[in-house]
Design a protein. Sequence first.
Length: 421
Amino acid sequence: MTTATDVNQPSLKTEAPAGRRLSLPVLLLVIAGGLALTSIVRIITGADGITNVSQMSTALQLAVPIGLAGLGGLWAERAGVVNIGLEGMMILGTWFGAWAGYQWGPWTGVLVGIIGGCIGGLLHAIVTITFNVNHIVSGVAINILALGATRYLAPLAFEGVQGGSAKQSPPVDSLGSFTVPGLSDGLSTLNEKGWFFISDIAGLLGGLVTDVSWLTLIAIALIPATWWILWRTPFGLRLRSCGENPIAAESLGVNVYKYKYIAVIISGGLAGLGGVFLSIVANPFYLEGQTSGRGYIGLAAMIFGNWMPGGLAIGAGLFGYTDSLNLRGGSENVHALLLLAAILLLIGAVWLVIRKRYVPAGITLVIGVLVFLWYATTNEVPNQVVSATPYVITLLVLALSAQRLRMPKADGLPYRKGQGK
């Protein structure tokens, strides 16, 4: 018997093929294995900073804006709209958040920053959905427009104000943070012991319970909330159907334009929230160029995560960790990670041999040997390499994960209302 709910909910499978997905136990084993290898490298090299509490806390702070941008991209692309404009929407969030925050308080700044990002999302939606302009062109235009608008508005709003200048806002009050008493100190003590694996887990967990901003907690909660809304509600099913087969969705009564608009506006709001995090939490002020390409890295995290919230969170954590190396013991820590990279490349070569892919295995082995020689013949790496590490990791991860990716089928494709009739 067919019900009204069945009619309005097209049956579409939007996940990657089952053979290419990692189950939760396997994923946890992979993460544990990676942490164990990192622990071995820490003991061999003596670079205790790669897994200490301060490093992990910094990594979490740097991962949040990347994750929020990636989450924004996920909402848009699950509805079939490519959002290259995440960077511009983050820029709007940084400016609007700081502008409202220093005048009316940080939480007002959070709200206004989200609205600023939503404005960018709305512009992108109008151009791509209503006027059917190429999504990439529209996204680039949004980025340029946001950069130009904030450069024009910053001197008008901040110049002449105490603590402000043509490129910087006055300081914004803190949103506050929390530390779990007892647990934080216990994990820090355990991390300082330097024990294999246990101290590294303590460092990772310690970073999650030490001096954590309330906005970080909200951002983390948005990951499971997004999964639940998009994969466990009728609203989410209809929205995802617009990114898989909008013509079929329209034929079943789904208002495709409405769902695309909602998704892209939410996308802009999430990217704007990432910008707010940068201008209120990471730094208590707006500063020109503050996003530093994090919108693009967020897009890369989304692709690495195969358009799924959990994978996106792992990608954001990885990119946030490599970015944190710039701030804490960069040269020493990156040099130690060369050994980790060499080990991972060796494991990758063995895996490719098992799968009888001998040419890629040979190339991977040669690269692994070269990386090991780099580690063995040097004591540190140039600062330029440290600065470039997050971007190099972004490219490598996307290159290595490309074969298992599966984007929504109608992502970026033109759609006109009425095609399903």
